[in-house]
Write a protein that binds this ligand. Structure first.
Ligand SMILES: Cc1ncc(COP(=O)(O)O)c(C=O)c1O
Length: 457
């Protein structure tokens, strides 16, 4: 007889959607904006940790965390307690006009992760990733007195006017919405699996840098460029990790021309890769210290708050030039502090070792290794990449070209078997679970994936 507890499994009580969910789905379709996508018939009712239960009592394993948001899982007691305590004190006063201890503490706690000795940074708080990006671009233009911004193809920076202009992943985000922001250019992202500009996996970073230099000589005067904005690891574009030397060399290029370097860490940040910010994975290869960083998604375990962090020497805009009624909401800020407690390990989560960041690194390495082993068996798994719990698997046809249809089938099959997941890029499934994922729950997810891959042939 064994006393070991069996790993928890999804519980599927009805077909998906069950009757209650089907009713809500129909009412949602009748009342809400036609722009919402509804790829999976799942209506969440409540969650606990990495498990989400729908309106019909079906319990799924969450491998996407509401797009890399639910860092501490669902309804984490430490976060819920912080939210409740702050809500009982006050829910709003308006940070634009009044200082508040909770946002001051949050700024101190966040900036500690970015400031180097002798450096001073400052924080601006908004409500969403797009708002943080807007703030970053406004500040870059204001501070430099220059107008041009360079972004990357495949990028996602949000849906407000400035942010969609910078976004480079899909034309559907832009079609019919113009005119967009002037003076924005896009350059390829150095994707080692699909190297752009006729380069190779090894040379793709250099090729992109040479391309930027070419633009500077031909169409964009470098001294009119305020900033280059880039995701240190690209999210929506396909969970892509650039070559090791790329970001240090991009930093050099920016320094050479007096251009600010903005890292959009909205998806890759907040401990997901095993470090607080993804760019810090590249510090071992050279100077990658940016001028501005944006963070949102995972910052407060699902409460809406974002941060635009900038060097003090760059944050030169005057009082009143930028603000937000709700930005830096105290309840969301309290949730962010509680999230940091868990990320840093000041508060421990059972079964997750030292901190959620170390857990992300360890469990992520395990998932990556297992998926890479599966590549030998399943040829359609063209690439498995990532860092920590920021993992992408790219589906390919036998000739190596992207297989979006197979990816869609795989994604739906995983869903049907109780594994919540989400696509990205042309043919990628992203694995971005809560950072409290244990090895046992990771194994459950991997077993479902293996079953699906076997079924796909
Ligand atoms: C890198 C990045 N930047 C910005 C955004 C926009 O964030 P939000 O949807 O909160 O406005 C996203 C959202 O997916 C993102 O992935």
């Amino acid at each position: 007889m064994t006393t070991a507890t069996q790993p928890r499994q999804p519980i599927l009580k009805t077909s998906l959607p069950g009757p209650k969910s089907a009713d809500i789905i129909a009412r949602d379709a009748a009342e809400l904006s036609t722009s919402y996508m509804r790829p999976y018939p799942f209506v969440p009712d409540h969650g606990e940790g990495v498990w989400l239960t729908d309106a019909d009592g079906n319990t799924m394993l969450d491998f996407f965390a509401g797009i890399a948001v639910s860092t501490t899982g669902h309804a984490h007691p430490h976060v819920v307690q912080a939210i409740t305590a702050q809500a009982a004190k006050f829910m709003h006063v308006c940070l634009t006009d009044y200082p508040q201890e909770v946002t001051t503490v949050l700024a101190e706690r966040l900036l500690r992760h970015i400031e180097k000795p002798g450096q001073k940074w400052r924080a601006f708080f908004g409500n969403s990733g797009a708002e943080a990006v807007e703030a970053a671009v406004k500040l870059a233009r204001y501070h430099t007195g220059r107008t041009h911004i360079i972004s990357t193809l495949g990028s996602f920076h949000g849906r407000t006017y400035g942010a969609i202009t910078l976004t480079g992943s899909k034309t559907k985000y832009k079609r019919g919405f113009g005119p967009l922001l002037p003076n924005v250019s896009h350059v390829p992202y150095p994707n080692p699996f699909r190297p752009p500009l006729g380069s190779t996996s090894e040379s793709c970073g250099d090729a992109v840098l040479a391309h930027i230099e070419l633009l500077f000589q031909t169409v964009i005067p470098a001294d009119e460029v305020a900033a280059i904005i880039i995701e240190p690891m690209q999210g929506e574009g396909g969970y892509i990790v650039p070559p090791a030397s790329f970001l240090p060399r991009l930093r050099e290029l920016c320094d050479q021309h007096g251009i600010l370097l903005i890292f959009d860490e909205v998806q890759s940040g907040m401990g997901r890769t095993g470090k607080m910010f993804a760019f810090q994975q590249f510090e071992q290869y050279g100077n990658v210290q940016p001028d501005i960083v944006t963070a949102a998604k995972g910052i407060a375990s699902g409460m809406p708050i974002s941060a635009m962090l900038a060097r003090e020497s760059v944050m030169t805009w005057p009082q009143g030039s930028h603000g937000s009624t709700f930005g830096g909401n105290p309840v969301a800020a309290a949730a962010a502090i509680a999230t940091l407690d868990l990320l840093e390990g000041a508060v421990k989560h059972p079964g997750c070792g030292e901190s959620l960041m170390t857990n992300a690194a360890q469990v992520g390495a395990y998932i990556l290794a297992e998926l890479r082993a599966m590549q030998a068996e399943f040829a359609f798994l063209g690439d498995v990449r990532g860092e920590g719990l920021f993992i992408g698997m790219e589906f390919v046809k036998p000739d190596g070209t992207p297989d979006g249809k197979l990816r869609d089938r795989a994604s739906q099959e995983m869903f049907r078997r109780g594994l919540l997941n989400l696509d990205c890029g042309e043919s990628v499934i992203r694995i971005s679970p809560p950072l409290i994922l244990t090895r046992e729950d990771a194994e459950t997810g991997l077993n479902i994936m293996r079953e699906v891959f076997q079924a796909l042939g």
